[in-house]
Design a protein around this ligand. Structure first.
Ligand code: UDP
Ligand code: MG
Length: 323
């Protein structure tokens, strides 16, 4: 019998906290009294995570499935690998570090009962370092302006999706993407609920400042052409302004023999424009890079192991996987 609820959890070097996760997750799901499955996706961990997941599979093979990547492909790719295999009609994503309390899953499901097909978690009080909070508030605001995606808390991974949305995300074949945003574009009745947030139970964050910046570039360039469009508008504006200025200087010279062109300090102006141009080239590079990754069409991930009791029937294997 297929489960009703599928819980997808990406795991990357989390051996210090997995025991605590198992101890809370299974009772929390048992308490919901709906048939469920948990799909752990080991994202190429270098610690003992994969071994711990295997033990857990052996302990609860009835509700546990484990996907093990060959190498690290990133949290969102790990979630996609889970999405490609879900059997439930409702899918919940969760972090492995217990920052998202598994006891809150019931609240997400209640919102789905009320007719929503996408339920985003909003962290009631966010337990992260201050610069993460400031940076994500700024990114939230930028994203709201240049995409159609409305999310109060884009960084919260405790979310529930209908199976239709999950299938659409899995079929999207995007290389670097941001699941909550991509899923949002397929939702017809999205909503949000407040959920608790805790400090990491064990281990450390896998996101450095650099990785966060990368992630936010994916979030912006993956969902909007506005940055490129702004750039061409700005280019037009600069071109128009400089030709007007040039005309004004020519006219002034004609009548007075000298002009105020020197007022425009050329060096400063050039510095500024070179900066703008470099940023623009880099921005174009972001898009070209995405196109390049996409046309190479390599598998998004490769598998080292797949632990599940009833393997999928032949011919239904997930698309991104290579034997
Ligand atoms: N994660 C992953 N692959 C990665 C980085 C992270 O699967 O390359 C997982 C990680 O194990 C955790 C979740 O994604 O379950 C969120 O990561 P983390 O807690 O480090 O992020 P933060 O909470 O600091 O944003
Ligand atoms: Mg975390």
């Amino acid at each position: 019998m297929d489960p009703v609820l599928s819980v997808v959890i990406p795991v990357y070097n989390e051996d210090a906290g997995l025991g605590a996760l198992f101890a809370r997750l299974y009772p929390a799901l048992d308490a919901l009294a709906v048939p469920y499955e948990i799909i752990f996706v080991d994202d190429g961990s270098r610690d003992r995570s994969a071994a711990l997941l295997k033990d857990q599979y052996l302990a609860r093979p009835d509700v546990t499935r484990v996907v093990v990547f060959t190498v690290n492909r990133g949290q969102h790719t790990a979630i996609i690998a889970g999405f490609e295999r879900v059997r439930g009609q409702r899918v919940v994503t969760l972090d492995a570090d217990l920052q998202n309390p598994p006891e809150e899953i019931g609240r997400l499901l209640a919102a789905m009962d009320a007719g929503h097909d996408y339920v985003g978690g909003v962290r009631r009080s966010r337990e992260d370092v201050w610069w993460r909070r400031v940076a994500s508030r700024a990114m939230n605001r930028l994203r709201e302006r240049i995409t159609h995606i409305r999310m109060t808390d884009q960084g919260c991974m405790l979310r529930a999706y209908s199976r239709a949305i999950v299938d659409a995300v899995a079929a999207s074949r995007e290389v670097s993407t941001y699941i909550p945003a991509l899923a949002y574009t397929y939702a017809h009745a999205p909503t949000e609920v407040e959920v608790a947030h805790a400090e990491r139970a064990a281990g450390e964050s896998k996101y450095s400042l650099y990785k966060l910046i990368r992630l936010n570039f994916d979030l912006v360039t993956g969902f909007s052409l506005v940055p490129l469009q702004l750039f061409s508008l700005f280019g037009m504006f600069v071109a128009a302004a400089s030709s007007l200025l040039y005309a004004a200087v020519v006219v002034q010279r004609l009548f007075t023999g000298h002009g105020w062109a020197a007022l425009w300090d050329r060096d400063i102006l050039e510095f500024f424009l070179i900066g703008v141009v470099l940023f623009g080239v880099g921005l174009v590079g972001e898009y070209v890079g995405r196109i390049y990754m996409q046309v190479r069409n390599r598998p998004r991930y490769t598998l080292q192991a797949l632990l599940e009791r009833d393997p999928a029937p032949a011919g239904t294997r997930a698309e991104s996987e290579v034997p």
